[in-house]
Write a protein that binds this ligand. Structure first.
Ligand code: HT7
Ligand code: ZN
Length: 846
């Protein structure tokens, strides 16, 4: 397979000004008529025109209305090459035949669950027509669709509707229509869309620019959604919601994703990427925008905690493994493989750092200039950087390294208080670890928001800091600041604060202002102090997490040495005081009493030990539940949803806390708690509480568990999105030997390997079970290996997402390494392997 490099980017020799498309949808095949108005970049261009085309049958080919002769074109499995072209502008008319009914890859034009659907990003358009399938071809399009009215009553295309009508033989044609979702499932999506539209106007001054905006739900979709101009397509699970079929988490995800796709209208569509390497230009920026939108619609600290947890659980491991790549990758084999947490989530962190450095109004100025300069263009990450810099006259020194250097920087801080001089110094040192192809790194530009707490628990006023040989004043509109942003740019650097009356406790990296791993010399006492007092809620939570991570790692070491596990009383008291603090936001409490994830702990270990990490996390949960049984029980009783379900902030908080408490109680596996969970299950008025009760019961093996799982299926079997959760719950189970149960579920009538959501639930869910995926007998790895090979024949994009579970095989003990390696080798030896899976499997083995 061919690797494509950023450094090889060249402007196209030919531009396409306009494209007229006509689709004739058929039951066996579909015909696509394309008329392309071509204009050479340089008059008199003699270069051949190379069009991409995959799985297409060429029916006819005309240049300026004349059939092209055999010598003047060549077709192979990937391209159509035209030579001897006119020297000036010309038209190209191509008729192509495709088979959407046989297209299980879900890219290009495919028919599934009775619908025709297109997915063109990143390189799917080449499966529809012969075309220069690259983002810097900025043509204007018209699109006509013709189909049998009885089979396809709704025909939707991009842009405003030009015309619609009836054709002979009961066919109809159209260029746009709206699909009617039922009012209940539609209402939350509609609410989200309206809120997103208003937010973008209020916060960025950005208005929607067309008469029509269609939101379409499709059940078979590889990713979450797609921002097609005026025709946003959503994976059903990210648009359909009713209290009985969607949880609060689903409602929140819908709000975010509806916002995300809508925001792409400006950051993605009106200003797009010059080439796919620039993907984060639109995705990182749009994720940042959707995060900010969700923060403004709910709780900002809680949203930030969730986003940082995702970054740590998924992006940090990617950045430390064989698939580590910069936010702007240098090369790819299949672009689909680079729709990653690094490009999306770390990319959003990079945008957030601009905002941290410039403040809200400086960031807005930068955005305004970006749109003023680049509306209607295909641009690069440098263009975004330049707009931010120029709009603010800012000095960003080496900030662009965030786009080119992979790996999570390690930032270390050592503090010192000088009681005589009343100065407090913080010495920073940073290290960016080597990643594939990048053995040596430069220091990064790291913005560090910082506050200093006095012994009264309040923020000390900060007036000046000595740094780099200069005394810099710190002020907030003339007043001493309580939080300041330090700019750490060197390998080692010291900041000295003046007029500090007593030894402070530093609150470092408030709001998590940079995607780094922070190590500091804070003592446990300091961390408990921050947990109780920090005015920055994110860092309050973080202090608890640092304590929990330390504790878990110590217990893991005890477990490995066969020492008895003992949970320290101070930790139990800390959790109890948060749980019972009625002044705190309930959702914040839920986050604060949740232990760091298993993946996060494994990521911090020299050799990841799934057995030890699982045993320790389960042990702590069980101990906490036993010690705080009364408090947790009261939390459940006091936070039930009494009235009709509403996705409003107050009710959502109650449910978040109640469900977290119930989860803890379920880990006790006793009859009383089983009764409680069963009661919650039976009396729930909404899926959020019902499913949380099911999850609690799922931890307690026995007859009741099996009956409830069966009851849930019987009642909700017609709600396929809910059944996906049911699959996932069973697949994630840590009951030893569960691989056999998951194998059986593959044959369940509700399972279908062609539907990505079902695969992500069942097979993806299984990958999350530390006990069963990483089983020492290799049964989990074998199961996944076999499935990847099978899936690859159906849908390479989904298969490559699944194979990535093997990427970090070198992190485990030797026995597991050998077992996982054998599966990767088996996959690579499979006949007809896709480039998608090849890229991930081969890079994982390298
Ligand atoms: N921009 C969208 C990209 C997308 C995609 C990429 C590869 C394969 C399938 C895909 N479906 C959608 C998603 C987004 O809004 O970020
Ligand atoms: Zn996006």
């Amino acid at each position: 397979p061919k690797e494509i490099f950023l450094k090889d980017y060249k402007e196209p020799d030919y531009f396409f000004e306009k494209v007229d498309l006509n689709f004739q949808l058929g039951e066996e095949t579909t015909l696509v008529f394309s008329k392309i108005f071509v204009s050479p970049r340089v008059e008199g261009c003699l270069a051949p025109l190379v069009l991409d085309g995959v799985d297409l049958k060429l029916i006819s080919l005309k240049v300026n209305g004349k059939e092209v002769k055999g010598d003047d074109f060549h077709v192979d499995s990937r391209h159509l090459t035209l030579s001897s072209l006119p020297s000036g502008k010309f038209t190209l008319e191509i008729v192509t035949e495709i088979c959407p009914q046989k297209n299980t890859s879900l890219e290009g034009l495919y028919k599934s669950s009775g619908n025709f659907c297109t997915q063109c990003e990143a390189e799917g358009f080449r499966k529809i027509i012969f075309y220069q399938d690259r983002p810097d071809i900025m043509a204007k399009y018209t699109c006509r669709i013709e189909g049998d009215k009885s089979l396809y009553p709704v025909l939707l295309s991009n842009g405003n509707l030009i015309e619609e009508g009836e054709l002979e033989e009961s066919k109809q044609y159209a260029e746009s229509l709206t699909q009617n979702l039922d009012p209940c499932t539609r209402s939350h999506a509609m609410y989200s869309l309206k809120a997103a539209m208003k937010w973008d106007e209020d916060v960025f001054g950005l208005e929607y620019d067309l008469d029509l905006f269609n939101v379409v739900a499709v059940p078979d979709f590889n990713m979450g959604a797609m921002e097609n101009k005026s025709l946003n397509i959503f994976n059903s699970k990210l648009v359909l919601a009713s209290p009985e079929t969607a949880t609060d988490a689903d409602y929140a995800a819908i709000l975010g994703v509806i916002g995300h796709e809508f925001f792409h209208n400006w950051t993605g569509n009106r200003v797009t990427c010059r080439d796919w390497f620039q993907l984060s230009l639109k995705e990182g920026l749009t994720v940042f925008r959707d995060q900010e939108f969700s923060s403004d619609m709910g709780s900002r600290p809680v949203k930030r905690i969730g986003d940082v947890s995702t970054l740590r659980s998924y992006q940090f491991p990617q950045d430390a493994g064989p698939m580590a790549h910069p936010v702007r990758p240098h090369s790819y084999i299949k672009m689909d493989n680079f729709y990653t947490v690094t490009v999306y989530e770390k990319g959003a962190e990079v945008v957030r750092m601009y905002k941290t450095l410039l403040g809200a109004s400086g960031f807005r100025k930068g955005m305004d200039l970006y749109f003023k300069r680049h509306d209607g263009q295909a641009v690069t990450c440098e263009d975004f950087f330049a707009a931010m810099r120029d709009a603010n006259g800012a000095d960003f020194s080496n900030f662009m390294l965030w786009y080119s250097q992979a790996g999570t920087p390690r930032l270390n801080v050592v503090s010192n208080y000088n009681a005589v001089a009343k100065t407090y110094s913080l010495k920073f040192s940073q290290e960016v670890p080597p990643t594939p192809g990048q053995p040596i790194k430069e220091p990064m530009f790291i913005p560090v928001a910082l506050g200093l707490l006095g012994s009264d628990g309040k923020d000390m006023p900060l007036s000046s800091v000595y740094h780099d040989g200069k005394l810099e004043s710190i002020s907030n509109n003339g007043q001493p600041a309580q939080t300041t942003v330090l700019r750490v740019t060197k390998k080692e650097e010291e900041f000295v604060f003046n007029d500090i009356p007593e030894r402070p406790v530093p609150s470092i990296l408030r709001g998590y202002t940079a995607p780094v791993r922070l190590d500091s010399d804070l003592t446990d006492a300091d961390l408990h102090f921050l947990l109780a007092n920090d005015s920055d809620e994110f860092n309050r939570w973080e202090a608890g997490q640092v304590l929990a991570r330390k504790l878990m790692l110590n217990l893991v070491s005890d477990y490995q040495q066969n020492k008895p596990l003992v949970l320290n009383q101070q930790f139990i008291n800390g959790v109890k005081s948060i749980l019972c603090d009625s002044s705190l936001d309930k959702e914040f409490i839920a986050k604060a009493i949740t232990l760091p994830g298993e993946g996060e702990i494994m990521d911090m270990m020299e050799v990841a030990d799934p057995d030890a990490v699982h045993a320790v996390r389960s042990f702590i949960r069980k101990q906490l539940a036993a010690e705080l049984k009364n408090e947790l029980h009261n939390t459940v009783k006091n936070n039930r949803t009494s009235e009709k379900y509403e996705f409003d902030h107050q009710n959502l908080l109650r449910r978040a806390l109640k469900n977290t408490a119930l989860g803890y109680l379920g880990s006790l596996e006793d009859a009383e708690m089983r009764e409680l969970a069963l009661h919650e299950y039976k009396t729930a008025t909404n899926l959020t509480e019902q499913f949380a009760a099911l999850v609690a019961l799922d931890q307690i093996p026995g007859k009741v568990r099996d009956e409830v799982l069966a009851d849930f299926y019987n009642k909700l079997q017609h709600e396929y999105l809910v059944i996906n959760k049911w699959f996932a719950l069973q697949a994630m189970s840590n009951v030893p030997g569960n691989v056999e149960n998951v194998r059986k579920l593959l044959d369940h009538p509700a399972f279908d390997m062609r539907n990505p959501n079902k695969v992500y639930s069942l097979i993806g869910g299984f990958r999350g079970s530390l006990v069963n995926f990483h089983a020492k007998d290799g049964s989990g790895y074998k199961f996944l290996g076999e499935l990847v090979v099978q899936l690859d024949k159906i849908n390479p994009q989904v298969a490559s997402r699944m194979v990535s579970a093997f990427s970090r095989w070198k992190r485990y003990d030797e026995m597991r390494q050998n077992l996982a390696k054998a599966q990767l080798e088996m996959i690579l030896a499979a006949n007809g392997l896709s480039e998608n899976v090849f890229e991930i499997a081969s890079k994982s083995l390298a």
